[in-house]
Design a protein around this ligand. Structure first.
Ligand code: PLP
Length: 218
């Protein structure tokens, strides 16, 4: 077994059965991804469109690709036909564009809304006001070609485990609030990376996005 295969297995063995592993393969070449693929991994996360397109061309077509990084509206068209989940929807403008390109690609595109939960400065993620206004628009049927599946969030980069747990727990409370409301049917709460995924799982994550703990440092 390769080192990557061993690390992947070790992580998978610690995950409860309801938690899905998104293997974050950004910056790592296709051969490395294939190593994880041959170990049974099918869910991969990338944060850049150009890199994702190159890997999509080269790698097996039964891979489910998640876009996890900030997405520019002008690049939506390129991934619309095949993207499995866009986890990083952080503006109304982007949502409109995804809806439009999904229609052109004759499909509904699954998305997560990225919510800002950290206290440190970060450029991306919806605040509470933006989140509730976007949810209202979705609930009113404004975007028939997107399928809202849940929320994504990133905790503050800190050693303070209580703080990280608070941030994840806050996102979980939002998820629980909207999950089974009349307007939505949410099933994905994506939170936790290599450094904090066990805390995310304790606080309700259904998907964890793990990169360096599988593939090594970037
Ligand atoms: C890079 C990245 C990850 C994975 O980070 P690791 O610390 O390598 O596990 C998870 N989520 C997002 C949004 C990322 O950009």
């Amino acid at each position: 077994m390769s080192e990557i295969a061993k690390r992947l297995e070790a992580i998978k063995n610690t995950l409860p059965s309801h938690v899905h592993l998104v293997a974050v393969s950004k910056t790592h070449p296709s051969e490395i991804i294939l190593d994880a693929y041959n170990q049974g991994q099918r869910l991969f996360g990338e944060n850049r469109v150009q890199e994702l397109l190159e890997k999509y061309e080269l790698l097996p077509k039964d891979i489910q690709w998640h876009l996890i990084g900030h997405l520019q509206t002008k690049k939506v068209r390129q991934i619309a036909p095949f993207i499995s989940l866009i986890e990083s929807v952080d503006s109304l403008k982007l949502l409109k564009e995804i809806d439009k390109e999904a229609a052109k690609a004759a499909r509904r595109i699954p998305i997560l809304l990225q919510v800002f939960i950290a206290t440190e400065e970060s450029k991306f993620g919806l605040d509470q006001t933006e989140l509730s206004s976007i949810l209202t628009e979705i609930a009113n049927g404004k975007f028939p070609n997107i399928e809202l599946r849940g929320f994504m969030g990133m905790a503050t980069f800190t050693d303070n485990k209580e703080k990280i747990a608070e941030e994840f727990s806050f996102l979980n409370s939002l998820f629980e609030k909207y999950k089974d409301s009349n307007s939505f049917n949410l099933d994905i709460l994506s939170m936790g990376m290599s450094g904090d995924y066990p805390i995310a799982i304790e606080n309700g994550a259904t998907h964890v996005r793990v990169g360096s703990a599988i593939f090594g440092s970037r």
